[in-house]
Structure formats: C-alpha cells, structure tokens
Write a protein that binds this ligand. Structure first.
Ligand code: KIV
Length: 276
C-alpha cells in the first residue's frame, strides 16, 4: 500500500474509524507505521513524555523539527502531521505560515495541526491559503490551558458546548481536513461529528468520533508521571524495561556479560606478530 493522502482520510468518514497515534522518534514511528495506523502526529506532547518538561509551551520549532525529521525518515505509509508549537503561531502570527512551511519542506510532514486560540481562524486561513493542509484542535487545548480554566473537560454547559460546535464549523469552512476534539463530553463530540463533513478525531471525546488518537507513551506505559482518565494503557512497558536494565547491570557486575557470543576474536598467529 502507498502513502495515505488527505483525500483518503476524508473518504474514511462514515466508512470505518480512523486511527491516530503520536510519535517522536524513528523506532516507534516505524513500529506504528508498520501496524497500519492511518495518522501519525509528531505532537508537542514530546515536551511532557520525552523531554521531561512541564508544559507543551516549552518546546519550540527547533525541537519539533528535530523530532519530526526522525519520524518522517521512518514512515512509509501513514500521513504525518507536525504539531505547531505555541511559539510558532500564537506569539507572532505573522511567522505562522513560514513555520508551517518548515514542517512540510524541512521535516517532510504532510500536514500541520494547530490548537484553537483567539486568532486561530486568521492563522488557519493563512496556512491553508499557502497550500498547507491543516488539522484543527478544539476542546482542551493544552497550549492555552491557563486561559480555559486548566486541564479540564470543555463544553460542559450549553453555551460552552455551542461555542465548540461553532469553532468546529468555522474550521471546516476554512478547509481543515480533520479536527481533534480533546476532552469534550461524548454527546457534544457526537453532535460535532454528525454536523461536519470532515472527520473528527477524539481524545477523551467518546466513541462516536470518526477516529481516535492517544499519546503513544501513555498507551505503552512509558510515561509514569500521570495518567488522564481517557488513557487506556494497553501494556505497561516501564517495569519490563527497568527489569531488563537491572538484569544487564547485574550481569556486568558479575562478569557474566559479555560472553564469547557477544565478543570478537583475533587469530593467535596475528597476536604473536605483535610487539609485547
Ligand atoms: O501533542 C499531542 O500529543 C496532541 C494530541 C493529544 C492530540 O496534541
């Protein structure tokens, strides 16, 4: 199968669920791609789950491009989306098109994702007009969590829910190819999904979205600092990895590793030719 296109993603709405995961490096991107996941997001969640930072606003273009390049080197099939970091479009909106273009031209991503913020529509329009596919992101938007009451479910009263629906409709009108709904009541996510022609991708937004996304490190049990309610951990790799590392340490200290199996030899006659 060839590379998944934006048209393929649009055509999946109503046919089957769309799958999406995050990746930040070559080995995991490769495994995710070989598993047939449709969309890979080089998320700014790299800040939390890989770089040990508190906030996604602490990563910038250089970190995001560095990780995005590693991911696109691995991916043969999935559509790769570069997550625009806060500084790249919310601080100086005039820089947003140039930065979005860097994800496409330098990191070889297929699209970018932007979180909702006060000037989101203006920025989204500019980037789409520049010919770059955009995925929207509404509901809980971690880059501006301080402005929306913190890391909380969004759209829980009628007025706030109505606002989310309007945001989704506006983003669709501008030409976004899909929208992430993060931490939104399931019935509101369902309403948005039914109203839009483009796919919705849920994270903490219930079963009725057109697709689902998780942070891969959460799914694999590789991020131990905290676990949101919407995360399902499919395997807990952290203790397995720790056990393997402790085993290695024990064997090195006990001189059990490396054995001949993991060593290289030189012929006896070559050794004899050497000066003592
Ligand atoms: O950065 C990220 O991982 C995201 C997903 C949670 C959608 O934006």
């Amino acid at each position: 199968m060839g590379k998944i296109t934006i048209q393929d993603i649009l055509a999946l709405k109503g046919k089957r669920k769309i799958t999406m995961l995050t990746a930040y490096d070559y080995p995991l991107a490769s495994l995710i791609d070989r598993s047939g996941i449709d969309l890979i997001l080089v998320g700014d969640s790299v800040a939390n789950v890989v770089l040990g930072l508190e906030s996604t606003t602490q990563v910038g273009m250089s970190e995001m491009l560095h990780h995005a390049k590693a991911v696109t080197r691995a991916v043969k099939q999935a559509l790769v989306i570069g997550d625009m970091p806060y500084e790249s479009y919310q601080i100086n909106i005039d820089e947003s098109v140039k930065n979005a273009r860097r994800f496409i031209n330098e990191a070889k991503c297929d699209a970018v994702k932007l979180e909702w913020f006060a000037q989101c529509l203006e920025v989204t329009e500019k980037i789409i007009k520049a010919g770059i596919p955009v995925m929207g992101h509404i509901g809980l938007t971690p880059q501006t969590a301080d402005k929306i009451g913190g890391f909380k479910v969004q759209g829980r009263d009628a007025q706030a829910a109505q606002r989310l629906i309007e945001q989704a409709v506006e983003l669709e009108k501008l030409g976004c190819f899909a929208i992430v709904l993060e931490c939104v009541p399931d019935r509101i996510a369902e309403l948005i999904t039914k109203k839009l022609k483009i796919p919705t991708i849920g994270i903490g937004a219930g079963i009725n979205c057109d697709g689902q996304v998780l942070v891969t490190h959460d799914l694999l049990g590789l991020f131990e600092r905290f676990k949101p309610k919407f995360v399902k951990q499919y395997i807990n790799l952290s203790p397995l990895i720790q056990k393997a590392i402790e085993e290695y340490k024990k064997e090195v200290l006990a001189e059990k590793f490396p054995t001949a199996e993991h060593s290289f030899t030189i012929k006896e006659e070559e050794l004899k030719k050497m000066q003592p």
